[in-house]
Design a protein around this ligand. Structure first.
Ligand code: XIL
Length: 349
């Protein structure tokens, strides 16, 4: 048993390993030297995702002068600690370097392809998986195919997803290639429409031979809004599995902005949301990895993105700001270690 294995005994990654999946979290360079958080990461995780150090605008704030030093640091930290790395993300409309947003389409095409090729080549053979394209769908943009209007769509056309995946698979045939999306988890007509549009997109890409191996479901959930019983999501996950695709939970957190201020009640509701969601997803489909979007409350992006109306800091993650395990940690541990065969109880959703 190597040092890393010993270190992880009793952690979430060993619970997940009992069912053959990975457990992990998003990390930043500031996390790798931040005891006790680093200890928690090494004890609980078997995979990490750079929260922003691998994004195009982080690597290339000045087009033509890429700087991979922060991303390299995270990859070295991970590999030195026998952690797998989930690359995030090659083509995403929100991380296009500002200077390139106004460039002519030909110039944008060249820059986007150069970035993809340089980045995949740099880490080829060292990454577990890549979010090749992130957030491709936006039904509100009004297209028949529901593709989001992005610089990638304008410059490459609707074949841009196929182009990106083919390039990535050529340059790193070992990496699992993921199409990552948000808003597929919720119980709303808009989410159900997006699930339908995602299935149609996956079918289209599959018929074109696009090498998408896995669907990334971000899973930024909201406590008191995410239902325990969610037949539409069950049906969707079964249809994804029937297409021969695996799933990764890529950015799991549970916003508590609708919860009462009382910490104990808030933590209990958040913990229950984690458990119900993971039980459902792990029952219905083949999940390769479950990753939270950071591990401790002091590091969550939600205080900026979804602040509580009462101004109290969010408590959406598995550890509190003193890096103490919360009820959510225990519920996630239960869900990960529970014995199950995806799809084994094909009861009607
Ligand atoms: C977020 C980061 O957490 C924030 O710190 C940053 O300001 C914006 O991006 N979907 C994604 C992630 O795919 O990359 C986003 O991360 C959250 C939503």
């Amino acid at each position: 048993m190597n040092m890393h294995h010993e270190q992880r005994m009793g952690g979430l990654s060993s619970a997940a390993a009992q069912n053959g999946l990975l457990f992990g979290t998003a990390v930043c360079t500031s996390d790798v030297l931040a005891q006790p958080l680093t200890r928690a990461i090494l004890r609980d995780c078997s995979i990490v995702t750079p929260e922003y150090e691998m994004k195009w605008d982080a690597v290339c704030p000045n087009p033509g002068f890429p700087d991979y030093s922060a991303a390299d640091e995270l990859v070295s930290f991970a590999l030195a600690n026998a952690l797998a790395v989930h690359g995030h993300t090659l083509w995403w409309h929100e991380s296009v370097p500002p200077a390139l947003r106004t460039e002519p389409e030909k110039r944008f095409r060249e820059a986007a392809m150069d970035h993809l090729q340089a980045t995949v080549t740099r880490y080829a053979g060292r990454l577990h998986s890549w979010d090749v394209v992130n957030e491709p769908l936006e039904p509100a943009d009004g297209r028949a195919d529901s593709l989001r209007e992005t610089p990638f769509l304008s410059a490459f056309g609707p074949g841009y997803i196929e182009t990106a995946f083919h390039q990535a698979s050529l340059l790193d045939p070992a990496a699992i290639l993921v199409l990552n999306e948000m808003g597929l988890e919720y119980a709303s007509p808009a989410a159900e429409d997006k699930r339908r549009q995602m299935l149609a997109l996956l079918e289209r890409e599959k018929s074109r031979g696009t090498p998408i191996a896995c669907l990334g479901i971000q899973s930024h959930l909201t406590a008191l809004e995410q239902p325990r019983n969610h037949p539409e999501l069950r049906t969707f996950l079964r249809e994804v599995r029937a297409m021969g695709l695996t799933v990764m939970i890529t950015e799991l957190d549970v916003s508590d902005h609708l919860c009462p201020r009382d910490r104990r009640r808030r933590d209990a509701i958040v913990a229950d949301t984690y458990r119900a969601y993971l039980d459902l997803v792990l029952e219905e489909t083949e999940v390769l990895a479950v990753s939270t979007w950071r591990l401790s409350d002091d590091r969550t992006w939600l205080n900026g993105f979804r602040p509580r109306p009462d101004g109290a800091p969010q408590r959406p993650l598995l550890y509190d700001r003193a890096i103490r395990r919360k009820p959510a940690w225990h519920e996630v541990e239960h869900a990960l270690s529970k014995e199950r065969q995806p799809g084994s109880d094909e009861a009607p959703p």
